[in-house]
Design a protein around this ligand. Sequence first.
Ligand code: KG4
Ligand code: ZN
Length: 357
Amino acid sequence: MDILGIETSCDETSVAVVRDGCEILSNAVASQISLHARYGGVVPELAAREHLTAIGPVLNQALEQAGKDLHGIDAVAVTNQPGLVPSILIGVSFARGLALALDCSLIGINHFVAHIYGAFIQKAEALTVSENFPVLALVVSGGHTALVLIRGDGRTSILGRTLDDAAGEAFDKAAKILCLGYPGGPVIDRLARDGDPESHGFPRSLMGKTGKPLRPENRFNFSFSGVKTSLLYAVRDRTLTDGELRDTVAAYQAAIVDVLVEKTIMAAEDSNAPLIVICGGVACNSSLRKKMENAVRDSGRRLIAAPPALCTDNAAMVGGLAFHYLRAGAKSAQDLKIIAKLDYDLGTIPFVSCSGK
Ligand code: KG4
Ligand code: ZN
C-alpha cells in the first residue's frame, strides 16, 4: 500500500510516499528556517503562508522522487495534531482535497506518535520481538519532551514530561539569548564540540545532587526553564570571546543532555524496559546520541536512535505510521479535526503487536 504523507504542523513542509509502512519511496522537505531566523522563532502566520506556497511543489517533488503519479496513491495521511493551527490547516485542507479528488482513504495522524514511529520505520523487526518490550521512548523536539512506555500490545503510558520548556525550546531560546539565530539546536551542537562542558556549573533540573530526584512525583519529569534563566544571568551584560561562547554552549548543552540521559536510564530501570528509543529533532544532537549510547550500553540495554533525517519533522513518519492505522481499520472522516495541544493520553498505538509484556 503506497501512502502519501503530509506534514505541515510547524515550519517544515514535507510530503512523502511510503510503501507498506516501512519503505520510504520519497521524503521531500522544504524548510522555512531562513524565513523565521530573523525572529528567533516560528511566526505562525508566516509559517502558514509559506506552507501554502510550498506544498504544491513539495508534492510534485515527492511524487517525482517516488516515480509515481497521484493515481498510484492508495491513501492520504496528514498531521492533524498537535501543532500550530494555521500551519496544520494548510496540510489538512490540502490532504482533504487530494483524498476527495482521488477517492481514497484519508487519515489524520498525531505528530508526537509519528515521531516515535520515525525511529522504527527502518527498524520494523524490533517491533516483532517480544523481548524488546516494554519499550521506553524519549521524545525530544522543539514542542515536546516526554518519556513514553510502550507495552507489547501497543498500550502506552507517559512516565514523565516537561513541566515547562521542551528540550528543543531550551536550545532555541538559548540561541536567541546568544544571538545565534534559529533553530538553536544545530548551531549549539556544532559550537559545543570545541567547548569545555565543565566550564560552567549550569543546574541539572529536577535532579538531586546524588542523581536522586528531588520529589517522587517529578522523578521522570523535566524542567528546562531554569537552566535557560541561569544562562541568561551568566551572559548578561557580557561580550563573550569565541572561546567563551563555545565553553558556555558546551556547558549549557551538557546540562540538558545529562538530565535527558539520566532520567531516561532511571525510567528504563524502573519499568524494566530493555529497549530505549530516542526521537524528535533534539535526538539529532551529537552529544545526546553519544552519551545515551554509552549510558544505555552500560545499563545492559539496547538503543534505537532515529536516523537524523527522520528525527526532525518529516512526512515519511506520517505516511509510515498511517499504514498501521489503516491496516487496523482506522479511517478519518473528511471533516477531521485540527487539535493544537498534545493529548498525553496516547491510547494504544497500532504498530506494535507483541502481545504479552
Ligand atoms: O522535531 P522537530 O523538527 O520539530 C518539532 O516537532 O518541534 O524539532 C525541532 C527542534 C528544534 O528545537 C531544534 O533546535 C532541535 O529540534 N534540534 C536540535 C538539533 N537539531 C534540531 N537540538 C539539539 N541538537 C541538534 N543537533
Ligand atoms: Zn516534530
